[in-house]
Structures are given as structure tokens and as C-alpha cells.
Ligand binder design. Structure first.
Ligand SMILES: Nc1nc2c(ncn2[C@@H]2O[C@H](COP(=O)(O)OP(=O)(O)O[C@H]3O[C@H](CO)[C@@H](O)[C@H](O)[C@@H]3O)[C@@H](O)[C@H]2O)c(=O)[nH]1
Ligand SMILES: [Mg+2]
Length: 242
């Protein structure tokens, strides 16, 4: 008989107006974890979404139990980067998965992340849309150019040697994530890129898994002009300091 699996995978799900997506993503996460006999939990970080996402989250806690679902709300929309910091404080697993709640990141890819992590005991496994058979579906040309441009700029200037710097479907060893988060200063979408640059300078190993990113069905993206300016400032700050 094989040794019991003592690893536990904690998913941090940041939500802002994801009432329609949250029940389905939770169902699929639970299904994939249970099918692979893994210990799991989901930590929902909701920023007081006006659509009532938290009411749905509370129903999910009733359904799956507090050992599987935690709700860690905040008073208002405080940004994606700080949502992960907030969620991490409540994590009980030794591995942390970060992903979007809107199906752009599909739970069915998680077993591949876990297998990749085990293959070389990686500190981090990051999903990539820009290597192997990874890709992006459903974005218009403008959004594709923003994403490609953001990756091209940061990889040319900062050279962290990761093919998708701005993606946010990632698996971390909890201690690695804690150290990287402590070193990371930005608060918005630029956080994902800074995390990879910091991870490299701290000497963590990074594996990659090609993923298909599919644009959301329900609701809207929260990426706006402010986030793009924040990104450019972030590249500049890292270039001059790291
Ligand atoms: N709690 C909280 N959640 C947020 C916030 N802003 C966004 N979210 C949540 O974060 C996830 C991603 O937000 P989207 O608005 O759907 O992002 P996107 O435009 O599809 O961007 C995706 O691509 C970017 C570029 O590759 C990624 O940087 C980003 O993380 C995401 O994967 C969703 O689950 C959304 O509800 C916030 O301020 N607070
Ligand atoms: Mg999205």
C-alpha cells in the first residue's frame, strides 16, 4: 500500500462580482481534488462585491463544510495583489494554488500542476499561455496586444526567464509564497509579474505547465487603464531596484 498523502492544497480565490461563477468553480475544484484523493480547501477573498458573491460563498460553506471552504472578506475593492496576501494568512495547506474565479483558469489543469511540482520538487509551478500548446481564447486584439506587450517588456528588461509573467494560475510551496509575498511591493495586477521577478532573485525553482486561458463567460474583466499604468511603473521600479 502506498503512503497516505499528507499534502494539502489550498486554493486562494479572489472574487469581485463573481456570484454566477463561484458555485461552478467550487464544484469543479472539489470534483478534481476528490477524484485525485487530495486534501484541499478553498479560501475565498471577496471585496464586498455588490452582486452578493458573499451570500453565495456562505451557502457553499454550508454545503461543503468549513473544513473545505473559508470566506475571508474585505471591506471594499482593494486590488488583486493584496487579496492574495489576505488569503494567505488563513491558508492551512502546505501548497497554495492561485487562480481566477471566472473559468479563465480551469480546475482540470490542477493535476498537471501537481505532477509537474512533484517531478523536480519545484518551489513554484506557473501556468503559461505563451509556451508549448498554451494559448488564449476569446480576447480581442487589443487585449492580446496588451498581454503580449506586458510580457515582452518585462521579460526583455528584467529577464526572469519565465514565459508568462502576467498570468496568475500558479502553484506554490506555502513557505516560498510567504517569502515572495513579503518581498513584493505592488498591489494590483502587476503583482503577478513582480512575484516571478522576486522568486528568481530569491533563488526559487520555477516549472511551467502550458494552459489555455479562456475569457470569462459571465461578468466583466476588472483590468483598466490604472492597472496598465501601475504595470509600467512596476517594471520601471524593478528595473532600477532588483
Ligand atoms: N478580491 C478581489 N478580487 C479581484 C479584484 N480584481 C479582480 N479580482 C478577481 O480576480 C480574478 C481575475 O480578475 P479578472 O478581472 O477576471 O481579470 P482578467 O482581466 O481576466 O485578467 C486575467 O489576466 C491577467 C493578465 O494575464 C492576469 O494578470 C489576471 O490575474 C487574470 O488572470 C477574478 O476572479 C476577479 O473576480 C479585487 O480588487 N479584489
Ligand atoms: Mg478574467
Amino acid at each position: 500500500m502506498s503512503a497516505p498523502n499528507t499534502n494539502k492544497y489550498s486554493v486562494i480565490l479572489p472574487t469581485y462580482n463573481e456570484k454566477k461563477n463561484l458555485p461552478i468553480i467550487t464544484y469543479l475544484l472539489a470534483k478534481h481534488f476528490e477524484a485525485n484523493k487530495l486534501n484541499w480547501e478553498i479560501v475565498i477573498v471577496d471585496d464586498n462585491s455588490p452582486d452578493g458573491t458573499q451570500t453565495v460563498a456562505k451557502q457553499l460553506i454550508e454545503l461543503y463544510g468549513p473544513e473545505h471552504i473559508q470566506l475571508k472578506p474585505r471591506a471594499g475593492k482593494l486590488g488583486l495583489g493584496t487579496a492574495y496576501v489576505h488569503g494567505l494568512k488563513s491558508v492551512t495547506g502546505n501548497f497554495v494554488i492561485i487562480m481566477d474565479a471566472d473559468f479563465s483558469h480551469h480546475p482540470s489543469a490542477i493535476p498537471q500542476f501537481i505532477a509537474k511540482q512533484k517531478s523536480k520538487d519545484f518551489d513554484i509551478v506557473t501556468g503559461t499561455r505563451y509556451a508549448g500548446d498554451g494559448g488564449v481564447y476569446g480576447w480581442d486584439l487589443k487585449r492580446k496586444l496588451i498581454s503580449r506587450g506586458a510580457n515582452f517588456l518585462a521579460s526583455t528588461v528584467l529577464r526572469p526567464n519565465v514565459s508568462d509573467l502576467t498570468g496568475s494560475f500558479r502553484l506554490y510551496k506555502k513557505e516560498a509564497l510567504q517569502q515572495i509575498i513579503e518581498a513584493t511591493k505592488s498591489k494590483g495586477y502587476v503583482f503577478q509579474m513582480e512575484m516571478m521577478v522576486r522568486a528568481r532573485s530569491l533563488g526559487f525553482t520555477i516549472g511551467e505547465v502550458p494552459i489555455s486561458f479562456v475569457d470569462r463567460l459571465y461578468g466583466e474583466s476588472k483590468l483598466g487603464g490604472d492597472e496598465i499604468i501601475g504595470y509600467l511603473k512596476g517594471v520601471w521600479t524593478l528595473f532600477t531596484t532588483v
